[in-house]
Design a protein around this ligand. Structure first.
Ligand code: ATP
Ligand code: MG
Ligand code: MG
Length: 388
């Protein structure tokens, strides 16, 4: 489309879906990750870099082949990206390394958001990983409170709920010597999320406000739009846009939020990349989150309304397909039922199955949430009659 080659740090499912979107626009993509990663599988090229996005030499090799670098994961080597930019001043890196750095450490991210007037859950850095330090926090925050790894967290794997004093020891054993911070318990009624895309010119566009339902800390379902009053959806959208405006640079961001019983909205965390809560956009919106990201980082047009529901869709549900806990590949039965279901689309990521691993997702689109829900019931095996 514009002759730029996009180098992607990370070749998982998000990279795979960025590749798909880019290729529809004739934009070449090169991936840095382990050989045969999900994104490489669908991108027939000899130029991919087999290596780690946490390592300067590999990032340099990718940079030599690209005009723009982007990420599908925030756990990359930021210092290496900065060095690459010094070596190749012409290369564009989005999200900006400084933005990735601010987001990578979840406690630094929180401090940054507070500085910019964004409401977040109260939190404190854990100065030393000792029981005494945690007991002191428990005295102040009460129980339960949430202990979190500041870095390298995903799918709740860096989180531990400290239910009472007696859990402090276990919490430290679980999180070991990772850098930690503690968050007050947030008695949310719902979790909301908004994808926000920012153009090179600095304009922000929000996708609809959605509701995310987690199971064991992993996103299970997304309902789009969120089943909340318009005032709440708008408030979440504004909070998400304000949060993203506080980070320099362009690209797509996923903003996770908590809705409190009194209607207040707190930002939980931000991802500087496409996000699981935005997968529904592939089928439900005029432009998918992946294409929006590609357009943003390559400076392509982003017209008004491009993040809205497409005219025939007003409601969507996304179901994550996780590796079955007992029987390898049993999760494919869900996909098979989805293939039988009108208005459902199946996305598989080309990964080897493992219990609870994100293997794929299903999008259901409809003109009503109750209709989408009944299709979901069939897909989940709760009903036996194929919806029309
Ligand atoms: P992700 O895969 O989204 O990056 P993560 O490992 O970074 O996840 P968080 O988003 O911090 O983890 O937390 C995972 C889930 O734990 C949240 O979606 C929410 O359900 C719950 N949670 C997080 N923080 C709190 C809190 N302070 N109080 C209550 N529940 C919380
Ligand atoms: Mg996270
Ligand atoms: Mg999260």
């Amino acid at each position: 489309m514009d002759g730029k080659t996009v180098g992607i740090l990370g070749g998982g499912q998000l990279g795979r879906m960025i590749v798909e979107a880019a290729h529809r626009l004739n934009i070449k993509t090169v991936i840095l990750d382990a050989p045969d990663s999900p994104a490489m599988q669908i991108n027939a090229l000899d130029e991919h870099v087999a290596g780690s996005f946490k390592e300067y030499e590999s990032i340099l090799k990718l940079a030599e082949k690209a005009d723009v670098l982007t990420v599908e994961i925030e756990h990359v080597d930021v210092e290496a990206l900065k060095k690459v930019k010094e070596k190749f001043p012409k290369i564009e890196i989005y999200p900006l390394p400084e933005t990735i750095k601010l987001i990578q450490d979840k406690y630094v991210q929180k401090e940054h958001l507070i500085k910019h007037g964004i409401a977040v859950t109260e939190s404190v850095a854990v100065e030393s990983n000792t029981e005494e330090a945690l007991l002191k926090i428990g005295e102040e925050y009460g129980y339960p409170f949430m202990l979190k790894s500041r870095t390298l967290a995903y799918d709740g794997r860096g989180n531990f709920v400290v239910k009472d004093k007696s859990y402090c020891k276990q919490a430290l054993e679980f999180l070991k010597d990772r850098p930690l911070y503690a968050e007050k318990w947030c008695p949310f009624t719902l979790e909301l999320a908004v994808m926000v895309v920012r153009s090179i010119q600095g304009e922000v566009f929000a996708y609809p406000t959605v509701e995310t339902i987690h199971k064991n800390n992993i996103c299970h379902l997304v309902h789009a739009p969120a089943r909340v009053p318009d005032t709440v959806a708008t408030k979440a959208s504004i909070a998400a846009k304000n949060a993203v405006k506080s980070f320099p640079g362009c690209g797509i961001f996923g903003v996770e939020m908590f809705l409190l019983p009194d209607g207040e909205i707190l930002v939980n965390e931000i991802a500087p990349r496409p996000h699981n809560s935005g997968h529904y956009t592939i089928d439900a919106c005029v432009t998918s989150q992946f294409e929006a990201h590609v357009r943003a980082v390559t400076g392509l047009p982003m017209p008004q309304g491009f993040t809205e529901f497409s005219t025939t869709t007003t409601n969507a549900i996304m179901l994550n397909i996780l590796g079955d806990k007992e029987t390898a590949n049993k999760e494919l039965e869900i996909c098979r039922r989805a293939l039988e279901t009108p208005h459902a689309s199946v996305y598989l990521y080309g990964k080897t199955t493992r219990p609870e691993r994100k293997m794929g997702h299903i999008n259901i689109v409809s003109s009503s949430m109750s209709d989408a829900d009944s299709r979901l019931s069939y897909i989940l095996g709760e009903t036996t009659e194929i919806p029309e």
